[in-house]
Design a protein around this ligand. Structure first.
Ligand code: C2O
Ligand code: CU
Ligand code: CU
Length: 479
């Protein structure tokens, strides 16, 4: 669907994804060894150690891949916490460079946001930092490194954070797919060459190996008639996905953790940019004994089968889809008042092929400036010295027009808040969408609005890591 040409992809590897790898029955988070440790109840302190480790990404006999992970688990342990209960995480740095943990999508106090140089100093090698906050919203969130971002996220420092509804709706199973994308060499090791300026100006470091919950997937076992809640999390550095569940009609029930009006996705595809989460309900209405592919066809001519849904031969559990309501309980996110809102425009600029404003960009930070927001490039992991793009008075409603003047897609992310997606190119968003990361198409303008109720300096950036570190980043101040 997208007319983007990819650079040096190992196409054969990409096409054969999901074919003939290990037969691990996948993806019930309760099966993951890491889930046990994390399943602990509220109040307990969770320990997270960022360090080099190995992961059997390719499964079976294939040589494990050297990654950087939390607690030796790739992805990191699934953290589960009850809505409104405190989360305490003691992060230990076992890397040879500074790190931080960012709790993506959680509306938390600024000092806990994990942005080096802006909200805290990086955790030095051997050092620790305790994060404490109470997630106000239930939903599917995640955590990841925010230091040396392109490298640390690209090497695997990410995991899911699930905030459970206090009165959870009933599903037969609750599955989590943490989807990651790796560029592996022939020997299964991560290819060097992060932050390559050529790629930074295009679609970013799209890899050649997609994993789900740390493994190249083959099959997900399904029982006919069951109703699944499937939490999709795109934890890739750059890969955008467009997932089609052949033979099924998924219903989207939450975006970026925030409940939405249940709806079938446009074009029967679930569009998932980096950092985005989509919760779907999947009624398993296929035939017992049959298999149905899940296909990702985002990039032109690079469509591949992510995995197969394999129905067991048992007769259907129920004949029709469950009548139970799909709507998730609302989160306490304040609704912006558009009439009294302040308005700001963010022009996204730069990149290859028809970028604008490159001549006038003023760089702030480390690394090359290839992208800019309103003519200014904040590069690397950001810079605490940079003047915020604007200041908004605490409690005010704020409208942002994200105007993409580039030839590339950008998943734009705001820290510390969830925003209401108002319109795309002036057309009202159809499903009462709230997000923290919105995918902006080439040349598109997306209007979002939020109540600036969380004081502090907050990052606003593209979540394609190559774009972020090359300048598609800024901060806003709520004071
Ligand atoms: Cu998930 Cu600033 O990032
Ligand atoms: Cu974030
Ligand atoms: Cu981008």
């Amino acid at each position: 669907m997208a007319s983007i040409r990819l650079g040096k992809l190992n196409r054969r590897q990409l096409f054969t994804l999901g074919a003939g790898v290990a037969t691990a029955s996948l993806l019930d988070p309760a099966d993951a060894p890491a889930a046990q440790a994390a399943a602990g109840s509220s109040g307990a302190i969770r320990q997270l150690t960022a360090a080099p480790s190995e992961a059997a990404l390719r499964g079976g006999e294939a040589r494990p891949t050297k990654v950087w992970s939390y607690n030796g688990s790739e992805p990191g342990p699934v953290l589960r916490v009850r809505q409104g209960a405190p989360l305490r995480a003691l992060v230990r740095n076992g890397l040879a460079e500074g790190t931080t943990v960012h709790w993506h999508g959680i509306r938390l106090p600024n000092a806990m946001d994990g942005v080096p140089g802006l909200t805290q100093s990086p955790i030095a090698p051997g050092g620790t930092f305790e994060y404490t906050f109470t997630p106000p919203d239930a939903g599917t969130f995640w955590y990841h490194s925010h230091a040396d971002s392109a490298v640390q996220l690209g090497r695997g420092l990410a995991g899911a954070l699930i905030v459970e509804e206090s009165d959870p709706p009933s599903f037969d199973r609750d599955l989590l797919w943490v989807i990651q994308d790796w560029r592996l060499m022939q020997d299964g090791q991560i290819a060097p060459g992060f932050a390559n300026p050529m790629e930074e100006g295009m679609s970013g470091r799209v890899g050649n190996t997609v994993t789900i919950n740390g493994r190249v997937p083959e099959a997900v076992q399904v029982r006919a008639g069951e109703r699944l809640r499937l939490r999709l999390l795109n934890a890739a550095s750059a890969r955008i996905m467009s997932l089609r569940f052949e033979g099924h009609r998924p219903t989207v029930i939450a975006l970026d953790g925030q409940p939405c009006e249940p709806h079938e996705p446009a074009n029967e595809r679930i569009l998932l940019g980096p950092a985005m989460r989509v919760d779907i309900v999947l009624d398993a209405l296929g035939d017992p004994g049959r298999s149905y592919p899940v296909i990702d066809d985002f990039y032109d001519r690079l469509s591949y089968t992510l995995l197969q849904l394999v129905y067991d031969t048992a007769p259907a559990r129920r004949a029709h889809s469950s009548a139970a309501p799909l709507r998730l309980p609302a989160n306490p996110v304040p609704r912006p008042d558009l009439a009294s809102a302040v308005w700001h425009e963010l022009r996204l600029q730069g990149g290859m092929m028809g970028g604008t404003g490159m001549g006038t960009m003023a760089g702030m930070g480390a690394g090359a400036a290839i992208w800019a927001i309103n003519g200014v490039s904040m590069t690397g992991d950001g810079s605490g010295d940079m003047t915020p793009l604007f200041t908004v008075q605490r409690g005010r409603s704020c409208i942002l027009d994200l105007r993409n003047e580039t030839a590339w897609w950008h998943p734009m992310h705001l820290h510390g808040h969830s925003f209401h997606v108002i319109s795309r190119d002036g057309v009202a968003a159809p499903h009462d969408e709230w997000s923290d990361t919105v995918l902006v198409r080439p040349r598109e303008t997306v209007r979002v609005a939020f109540v600036a109720d969380n004081p502090g300096d907050w990052m606003l950036h593209c979540h394609v890591m190559d774009h972020q570190v090359a300048g598609l980043m800024t901060t806003i101040r709520v004071a």
